[in-house]
Design a protein around this ligand. Structure first.
Ligand code: 5AD
Length: 340
């Protein structure tokens, strides 16, 4: 697999292995490519975690249905609307509504919430709610949500089964294509350092994601999660994660790539280095602290990115917050990727 850009043609495998001076040069190159396509502007979204009920049973995630030791919650429409309308930092231009795979919260809370946010603000709306029915996708889109985040985590079929990611890889990929052809801008992504993941798995995953009709993609290091079957494994490696991000920026200079808080858990400065290396989206957590601890993606003591931390990282990376929302930007930009 090769990356082609005007100044560059490098094997992705070499990028993943890069270290020292060669690595610094690649990271700077990726940062410049982001600058060329987006300027030094970083989109800032707020995330609310509406429910931690989940019907999936992923081996890496603390919200898996077999985790009986988790206090499950659903936030009310009033609570969420109050958070978004009255308690969001001014730097936020978009809201990401996230939950375990919980169709009940989608129907009862998220769809009405999206409508109200659209009625009362100019915020863009992203959702990360898992695989739902076509009817739910349509209702969310009609309510005004624009960006659907549906990760594949691993693009190797056998490995996908091994980690017990949702459904099958083939169905996940079909869902991504379906969303992209029904009016959504779609983001997907992978986790680096999952148990028993090989370098070939990572390359295959990047290749698969590269050919999907995506407006954005993400990479997160694996964090060995509390109360999960993978809890005793090693965390993912920060350098490999950042190198993947660099490869992703070089492969698709025009895609949205987030910096994720897990990067700040597995190493010093991970979040700022991600922005330097070409990420262009940051996330501020708006979930109330007493609920947040039960939104168990991996650890109870996860690194919470508040506005101050996010703005500091953006500044340290030599960038500025975007005043254009992600949704507005995407609406004005035509997707160039062909459906595989
Ligand atoms: N390590 C890293 N990321 C994880 N997620 C869930 N569990 C883990 C983990 N153990 C990520 C997945 C999911 C997102 C919401 O959190 O990418 O899509």
């Amino acid at each position: 697999m090769f990356v082609d850009s005007k100044e560059y043609s490098t094997d992705v495998r070499d990028i993943l292995h890069s270290s020292g001076k060669a690595q610094s040069a690649l990271h700077e190159q990726a940062g410049r490519l982001r600058d060329a396509h987006f300027g030094k502007k970083i989109f800032i979204r707020g995330v609310v975690e509406a429910s931690n009920y989940c019907r999936q049973n992923c081996n890496y995630c603390g919200m898996r249905r077999d985790n009986k030791d988790l206090n499950r919650y659903r936030l009310s429409l009033e609570t969420l609307l109050d958070l978004v309308l009255h308690h969001r930092p001014s730097s936020i231009t978009d809201i990401n509504i996230q939950a375990g795979e919980d169709p009940i919260v989608v129907r009862e809370v998220v769809i009405p919430l999206v409508k109200e946010i659209k009625r009362q603000t100019s915020l863009g709306i992203s959702v990360c709610l898992g695989t739902l029915s076509n009817r739910e996708y349509i209702e969310l889109r009609q309510a005004g949500a624009e960006y659907y985040i549906l990760k594949i985590e691993s693009g190797d079929e056998a490995h996908y089964r091994h980690i017990q990611a949702p459904g099958t890889l083939a169905r996940r990929v079909e869902a991504i294509k379906h969303l992209a052809t029904t009016g959504w801008k779609v983001s997907s992504g992978l986790i680096i350092g999952l148990p028993d993941q090989t370098e070939d798995h990572i390359l295959r995953t990047l290749e698969l994601l590269s050919h999907l009709p995506l407006a954005g993609w993400s990479v997160s290091p694996f964090i060995a999660g509390d109360q999960t079957p993978f809890g005793s494994h090693q965390n993912g490696n920060l350098e490999q994660t950042l190198n993947s991000l660099v490869a992703m920026r070089l492969m698709h200079p025009d895609r949205i790539i987030p910096a994720v808080s897990a990067m700040g858990i597995v190493g010093q400065n991970g979040y700022t280095r991600a922005i330097r290396a070409g990420a262009n989206l940051a996330t501020i957590n708006l979930t109330p602290p007493e609920m947040r601890e039960n939104y168990l993606l991996y650890k109870r003591d996860r690194l919470i990115m508040n506005e101050q931390r996010v703005l500091k990282s953006i500044e340290e990376a030599g960038c500025q917050p975007s005043r254009t929302s992600l949704a507005q930007y995407l609406a004005e930009t035509q997707l160039t990727t062909k459906v595989a």
